[in-house]
Design a protein around this ligand. Structure first.
Ligand code: HEC
Ligand code: HEC
Length: 411
């Protein structure tokens, strides 16, 4: 009897030390970070976000009145062919300024997914392929795109003249003395729309320049508004704060062991940090990760085709419509023109709020984060890029990474 109970005790102690104790100790260990890891965590922390970079190409970038006007323009559906589309149709406020669709829908359907706008002003290049080098000229693209707003710059200028003249003049000075009647309605330098192009070419050179200046300022006002869209702290950020203070208890309360394990993988063996770096979880650069091409879409060469576009863009940093001095257009002047290197490369997206904004990738190829992670597991095996090498990841590890990605959602 005594022997039996002793044996029972020994078995219990054994069980505790062998199985339970290590498990308990491990779940605490997961919240211990060495100095090097801690500095990586700090680099991802929202508090490490520097002040917004200046935009010398837009001298109204931080002008409050311009941002107020920009906000009105952002939501104005009159700036579209069918009077139904505004920037906010696709960049929906309560959907992280995106739309949860694989491909965006305006007048028609785009060939890429709508990008979220939070923190976008920290970027150097805009769009999935970086075919724009500043935020105001970016805004001018969708307005004239036949599948987005389906509008023209001459129509946009007339909207400003009719509805926003006072606000325009308060910010930019006198509205140019433009004989509105001489300006054809649907005119734009768009080779794919020959009638609109012809009308544009028949306008006088002076009128074309005046229209372009007003159109550029419309973009500058919208950009001033878009600059105000900034990320907010997430559970992950609270965790880093607790980690810096070495407040173990708070850390355990903020992230579960599974989520913390996911974080450890993210900055460690899974190598996500190779590209998803800094407080916005993006290096802002272009990479070929090899997301499959949807069968209904044409081949998209991404960054490779954007380099010549941005260099030739009539509204780039070096253009006459930019407020920058040429030496301030550093990024454009020293652009990497190695097209071959960038075939099929797209901009690394920010991962802030990522759990809330499925589907994923530039054409919405994946509908869940789990699918994205399965894809990363496979692409490492296919050795697409040395940056993607991570040995192998188990199903459990994919779960942990998935759990970690859920902690990046701000309020
Ligand atoms: C029909 C839907 C639609 C409309 C309308 C629309 N967008 Fe977008 N937006 C997109 C899509 C799709 C992309 C990605 C396009 C690409 O990469 O080719 C995008 C990309 C962007 C980006 C780049 C983000 C980044 O990280 O590089 C910004 C900024 C932006 N849009 C702002 C605007 C503004 C401002 C307007 C209004 C003038 C607007 N959009 C109108 C769908 C839309
Ligand atoms: C070589 C650079 C690189 C590495 C390493 C990398 N990513 Fe990415 N990530 C990208 C690029 C580029 C895209 C966009 C690809 C596209 O749209 O075709 C992307 C897209 C994503 C998306 C979709 C986000 C969205 O808004 O569509 C998620 C989620 C993601 N990555 C998570 C991860 C995780 C988790 C890891 C580690 C297992 C990782 N990434 C490793 C560059 C990288």
């Amino acid at each position: 009897m005594i022997l039996r109970s002793m044996m029972k005790k020994t078995v219990l102690i054994c069980l505790y030390t062998l199985c339970l104790y290590p498990a308990l100790a491990h779940s605490q260990d997961i919240h211990i970070w060495n100095n090097q890891e801690l500095s990586v965590l700090r680099s991802l922390w929202i508090e490490s976000l520097p002040p917004l970079p200046a935009d010398p190409s837009n001298k109204y970038a931080d002008n409050t009145d311009a941002a107020i006007l920009g906000k009105k323009l952002f939501f104005d559906t009159r700036i579209s062919k069918n009077k139904k589309v505004s920037c906010a149709s696709c960049h929906v406020v309560n959907k992280n300024f995106a739309d949860n669709l694989p491909l965006a829908k305006g007048i028609g359907t785009t060939t890429r997914r709508t990008m979220p706008l939070i923190g976008v002003a920290y970027n150097t290049w805009f769009f999935w392929d970086g075919s724009k080098d500043n935020l105001w000229s970016q805004a001018l693209g969708p307005i004239e795109s036949s599948v987005e707003h389906g509008f023209t710059r001459t129509q946009a200028v007339m909207i400003i003249a009719q509805h926003y003249k006072n606000e325009y003049e308060k910010i930019f000075g006198q509205f140019p003395d433009l004989a509105v009647k001489e300006i054809p309605k649907r005119a734009k330098p768009e080779p794919h729309e020959p009638i609109a192009l012809k009308k544009w070419m028949f306008m006088s050179r002076e009128n074309r320049i005046i229209v372009n200046h007003i159109y550029a300022r419309l973009g500058k006002a919208i950009a001033a508004y878009v600059r105000t869209l900034l990320p907010t702290a997430s559970r992950f950020d609270q965790y880093v704060e607790a980690a810096i203070k070495k407040d173990k208890e708070a850390m355990q309360n903020i992230l579960t062991a599974k989520e913390a394990n996911g974080l450890r993988l993210f900055i460690g063996r899974a190598k996500c940090i190779n590209c998803h770096t800094g407080p916005l979880f993006t290096n802002g650069d272009f990479h070929h990760v090899g997301a499959p091409r949807p069968s209904n879409l044409p081949i998209d060469r991404g960054r490779a085709d954007a380099i010549s576009k941005v260099l030739a863009d009539e509204f780039n940093c070096l253009s006459v419509y930019s407020d920058a001095k040429p030496d301030q257009c550093y990024q454009l002047r020293f652009i990497d023109t190695n097209t071959r290197k960038y075939i099929g490369a797209f901009k690394t997206p920010s991962l802030r709020n990522v759990a809330e904004r499925a589907p994923y990738m530039h054409a919405g190829q994946f509908s869940t984060l789990r699918d994205v992670l399965e894809f990363y597991r496979l692409s490492s095996q296919k050795r697409r890029s040395p940056d993607l090498e991570h040995g192998s990841l188990s199903d459990k590890e994919l779960d942990q990474l998935n759990a970690f990605l859920q902690t990046l959602t701000g309020k």
